[in-house]
Every structure is written in structure tokens, then in C-alpha cells.
Design a protein around this ligand. Structure first.
Ligand SMILES: *Cc1c(COP(=O)(O)O)cnc(C)c1O
Length: 373
């Protein structure tokens, strides 16, 4: 699904040098590389504050902690996402309100969000799933009207650009009150271990966030708020500093690969290629996710496995059907699109080292499967 070795080989000298610099300084925690990365990412995103942390799940949790919510407050989030998004909501004793997604874009459906609003709603938590921006402008308008927060889960769309209707552009994750991202190795900007970051343009939230990531400390051994220990270590920051310079180049490679896949599958009436809403910079293809009709998804997965072609199913089970999050009052009939997607989606190899030959081979195999069943 990814080729981290090929990617490393391409930037080996720079990475090795950056890691060696960390060895030489031996400042493994909060070293100069972390500070540099923080300011480089602020510059890249065009956002006032970046707060690095240990991973993307922490980033979401810390973001929610900074909003001073009370137990039982409701957070609206899509049913079709990685479990981390709702896990942190539940962990903080907040109430996840799952809503159905748009069948074409797989993003939070704005009408469904509006229907789910109650007096207890405090946060809308859209996910920029598979690399594409959620409908931020409508969500922000709704949030403003109801005086609630928007927290963007941007773990999958770092570098994607959202264009507002007045033509103004902003990087995904920077339009809401807070954005959270992950540097898990396979993400668009991946470290060589775990890492994450939170971003905001709000000075007060940034101050709160900086305290929370560091045991609630602003002054050594003075604990003003309940915090956690969540740090990006210097080695990961050193790797990320090198790779951030290549992020736009990497995202371009992903877009090109997606175009080749799209072309290969254009004639098929069994396969639905990913729908991109908006301009070409609005989707950075963290995943290239097809839908296969006629109930053959699992057979295709098996077929590809037999051919030695990796693939993934993100995500096979809607969150409301997961044991940890199941609520007897919530019925399947509320989520027709999510339920259908869980049966139909399949993600193909998508990474920065993918060659045209590989794409042709993979698509030929898939077409030969769908044309023969
Ligand atoms: C990867 C991911 C996370 C969690 O990131 P980690 O760094 O693995 O903790 C959260 N949300 C989404 C949508 C993700 O894809």
C-alpha cells in the first residue's frame, strides 16, 4: 500500500544528516528540530500556532480538552471514519453523535449535521477523509449560527487546499477553530514513528493547548490545568523537517497516480472512481478508494491478494456497529450511505513511489476481475 523504503532511499542523505544532528545535540525532547518543525509547519499551513504532540489521536484528544467542555456535551462527527475520531470523544465522557456521510464524497453531510444539532451540541468534528476537504464553508456557517466549535480531523489531508466561495484559499485543517493531524508513517506527511500536531489561529486556545500537552504546566512544577504528556520527539521532528519540504511534491505524485487510476477505470460500469468536489488541489489522495457495485468487493479483495496486489478496506464496519460505540437507541436506518460504503469500498496502493507500470498492472487485474464475474 505504501513504499516507505523507496521514499527513504530518495532522501536518504538529508534524513541521515538530520538524524545525525539530533545525535550530536543529544537534546532528544523539545530539541531545536522540534522548534524548527513547529515554525516550518506554521509557515507551510499559513496558521498562527502549531502545537506538536505525540500522535494524531492525542492531537484530537488534546484539542477537545482545550475547549472546556462538560461531560455529556455532544460532538457531531461522521459515522464513516477511523475509530480514533470517536474514541477520544468517548474517552473524555463527551457524547459522540454520529451522522451519515455524503454517498459521493464520503464527507460529513451538512443537512444531517443540522438535523443532529441539539442544545447540548458543542463541537462539529468533520474528517477530511482519504485526503479530501469536508464541506467546511457550510459547516462553519452552521457552527457560527449556533455558536459551537469546529474541530477538523486533518490526519488524512495535510496539504489539501480548501477554496471558499469568495475565492479565498486556506489549507485543510486551518479553517475551523482547531485542526488536528497525524504523522503516522503512512500519512501524507509521515514520520519514522508516531507524531501529531494541533493547529489554531486563536491565541487563547493555543495557550491552553501548549499547557495541556505539557502536564498543564506553564511554569515549571506549577500545574494550572489538567494536562497530559504528549510530545513529538526530536528524531521525528528532524525527519518531518526534511519531508515537509517535499510534501507538495509528494501530494502531486499522489494526484498524478489518482488520475492514471481514474483513466483506467473510466469505462467500467461496476467501478466508481473517487469523486472530487472542488478544484484539483482540494484532494491529496491519502487513499485512492474505489466503490465496487454488485456485491463483489470481498471477492475482489481475495482475488487481489491471490495476485500479490495489496489493497485495504477503509472502513469495513460503521462506527455505530462497533461494540465499543454501539448505542441500542441508534438504528441502522439512520446511516444508509455509511452502511453501503462499508460494503463497497476498496482502497488501492497509493503512494509517492508508485510507477505507471504498477498502476497499469493493478488496474488491468482489477478490470479483468470485474469483467469476468
Ligand atoms: C490516522 C488517523 C488518526 C490517528 O492518528 P494516529 O497518529 O495514528 O494516532 C485519526 N483520525 C484519522 C481520520 C486518521 O486517519
Amino acid at each position: 500500500m505504501v513504499d516507505l523504503k523507496g521514499q527513504y532511499d530518495f532522501i536518504k542523505d538529508e534524513i541521515d544528516q538530520a538524524l545525525d544532528d539530533v545525535f550530536q545535540t543529544t537534546s532528544f525532547i523539545n530539541g531545536i528540530a522540534v522548534q524548527e518543525f513547529q515554525s516550518n509547519l506554521e509557515h507551510y499551513l499559513g496558521v498562527k500556532h502549531v502545537i506538536p504532540c505525540a500522535n494524531g489521536t492525542d492531537a484530537l484528544q488534546i484539542a477537545l480538552m482545550s475547549l472546556s467542555l462538560s461531560s455529556g456535551d455532544e460532538v457531531i462527527t461522521p459515522n464513516f471514519t477511523f475509530a480514533a475520531t470517536v474514541e477520544v470523544i468517548a474517552l473524555l465522557k463527551l457524547k459522540p453523535i454520529l451522522v451519515d456521510v455524503d454517498p459521493k464524497t464520503f464527507m460529513l453531510n451538512v443537512d444531517e449535521v443540522e438535523k443532529a444539532l441539539t442544545a447540548k451540541t458543542k463541537v462539529i468534528l468533520p474528517v477530511h477523509l482519504f485526503g479530501q476537504c469536508a464541506p467546511m464553508e457550510s459547516l462553519l456557517a452552521l457552527a457560527k449560527k449556533h455558536k459551537i466549535y469546529v474541530l477538523e480531523d486533518n490526519a488524512q489531508a495535510l496539504g489539501a487546499v480548501y477554496t471558499l466561495s469568495n475565492g479565498k484559499k486556506a489549507k485543510a485543517g486551518t479553517l475551523g477553530h482547531i485542526g488536528a493531524t497525524s504523522f503516522f508513517p503512512s500519512k501524507n506527511l509521515g514520520a519514522y514513528g508516531d507524531g501529531g500536531a494541533i493547529f489554531t489561529n486563536d491565541d487563547d486556545l493555543a495557550h491552553h493547548l501548549r499547557g495541556i500537552v505539557n502536564h498543564g504546566m506553564y511554569k515549571r512544577y506549577h500545574h494550572d490545568v489538567v494536562g497530559v504528556n504528549s510530545r513529538l520527539d526530536s528524531f521525528q521532528a528532524a525527519v518531518l523537517n526534511v519531508k515537509l519540504k517535499y510534501l507538495d511534491f509528494y501530494n502531486e505524485k499522489r494526484k498524478t497516480a489518482a488520475l492514471h487510476y481514474n483513466k483506467a477505470f473510466a469505462q467500467s460500469d461496476t467501478l466508481i472512481t473517487p469523486h472530487r468536489e472542488g478544484e484539483c488541489d482540494s484532494h491529496v489522495y491519502h487513499q485512492y478508494t474505489l466503490q465496487i457495485k454488485k456485491g463483489n468487493r470481498d471477492k475482489l479483495v481475495q482475488y487481489l491478494e491471490n495476485q500479490g496486489i495489496p489493497c485495504g478496506v477503509y472502513y469495513p464496519i460503521p462506527l455505530h456497529q462497533q461494540k465499543a460505540y454501539a448505542d441500542p437507541l441508534v438504528e441502522d436506518s439512520k446511516f444508509p450511505n455509511t452502511i453501503q460504503l462499508c460494503k463497497e469500498v476498496i482502497s488501492l496502493p497509493m503512494h509517492t513511489e508508485l510507477t505507471l507500470d504498477q498502476i497499469e498492472f493493478i488496474s488491468k487485474q482489477i478490470l479483468s476481475f470485474v469483467n469476468n464475474v
